[in-house]
Design a protein around this ligand. Structure first.
Ligand code: FES
Length: 337
């Protein structure tokens, strides 16, 4: 149990929304996957987090990337992230693998959570695709601690490509974790349709993985009751090309009104709304700039929105938009800023 003094010190650390941590240990977890254990340089307890939380990691090249915390949320002495080196990515995972070393001090944000476990579930099904296992592993730890019935399905190409083998072994032996290795043999793939065939009472589904996997999970879970299926993208899926008609509609751009001041901005057809706001002196914090983290979530009052994020649910989209990727769908929009 942390002391009051330790808790106060942690709060002082997080006043700016960021804290410095030391890379205590880097561990090979699987093909192309390293885990990074982050601890307080002075040995303090770290701010608490819930399963599904992520942190921003400020990399040496000025890039900020979000990574899910994958250790047990009950642990207060460390955060653990795991990063798959993605040669085709935007460069963040490469920078982590190549520039972070044991002993380094790195700036991170306090944990934020847009993928929390819903309260009251009697059974939970966790479905992980590749490195999407990270938030689900934290959930497995939390569910185990809370004595909630769960099963985790972990899809990976091969045993060598699956992370956290030793840590998940006890859960595997207990029949809680099931591996599905599909390299070369379709018969080994997880049959998502079968797994999710019958929605069960008080059962919630959580999934995270690459684009094709996410689409397959969404399809297999499409008949489950509203509010029982939860997901998080760790990478923005490919966007379909804009149709010619849609491009013409955008040609004139749109007028965005700032509710508190009455200021009206013109947002050009190809202009990013977050950029337009910042250029006009209306500051909105951003982080992932890819519609994945909700840092730039802003309430809107009227007008139609073209939602291009991968984080807000339908209810949230009735009220909010993420200005880094979303934009007005009509000629006018009022923002609650
Ligand atoms: S900055 Fe992450 S969703 Fe906009």
């Amino acid at each position: 149990m942390d002391t009051v003094l330790e808790r106060m010190e942690a709060v002082q650390d997080i006043e700016a929304g960021t804290l410095d941590v030391r890379v205590k240990q880097i561990r090979y977890e699987g093909n192309g996957i390293n885990s990074y254990e982050l601890t307080s340089p002075s040995g303090k307890m770290l701010p608490p987090f819930d399963a599904g939380s992520h942190i921003d990691v400020h990399l040496k090249n000025g890039v900020i990337r979000q990574y899910s915390l994958c250790n047990a949320p009950a642990e207060r002495h460390r955060y653990v992230i795991a990063v798959l080196k993605d040669a085709g990515g935007r460069g963040g995972s490469r920078a982590v693998h190549e520039s972070l070393h044991a002993g380094d001090i790195v700036t991170i944000s306090i944990p934020r959570n847009h993928f929390a476990l819903a309260a009251g579930a009697r059974k939970v099904i966790l479905i992980a695709g590749g490195i999407g296992v990270t938030p689900l592993k934290a959930m497995a730890h939390e569910l185990e601690m809370r004595h909630v019935d769960f099963e985790m399905h972990y899809c990976a190409r091969s045993p060598e490509a699956a992370a956290f083998g030793p840590e998940l072994e006890a859960m595997r032996r207990a029949g809680k974790v099931h591996y599905h290795f599909d390299d070369g043999d379709d018969a080994n793939r997880l049959d998502l349709k079968r797994l999710l065939l019958e929605p069960a009472p008080d059962t919630h589904v959580y999934y995270c993985g690459p684009g094709g996997f996410m689409a397959a999970c969404a399809d297999a879970a499409s008949h489950w009751p509203a509010g029982t299926v939860h997901f998080e993208h760790f990478k923005a899926p490919e966007k379909p090309r804009r149709e010619a008609g849609e491009t013409a509609e955008r040609a004139a751009g749109c007028q965005v009104t700032i509710a508190s001041t009455g200021q009206v901005l013109h947002v050009g057809p190809d202009q990013n709304l977050a950029d337009a706001l910042n250029e006009a002196g209306v500051e909105v914090p951003t982080s992932c700039c890819a519609g994945l983290c909700a840092t730039c979530k802003v309430r809107y009052r009227d007008g139609e929105v073209e939602h291009n994020d991968f984080i807000l649910n339908d209810d949230e989209r009735d009220e909010f938009l993420t200005v880094c990727v979303s934009r007005p769908a009509g000629p006018t929009l009022t923002l609650d800023l």
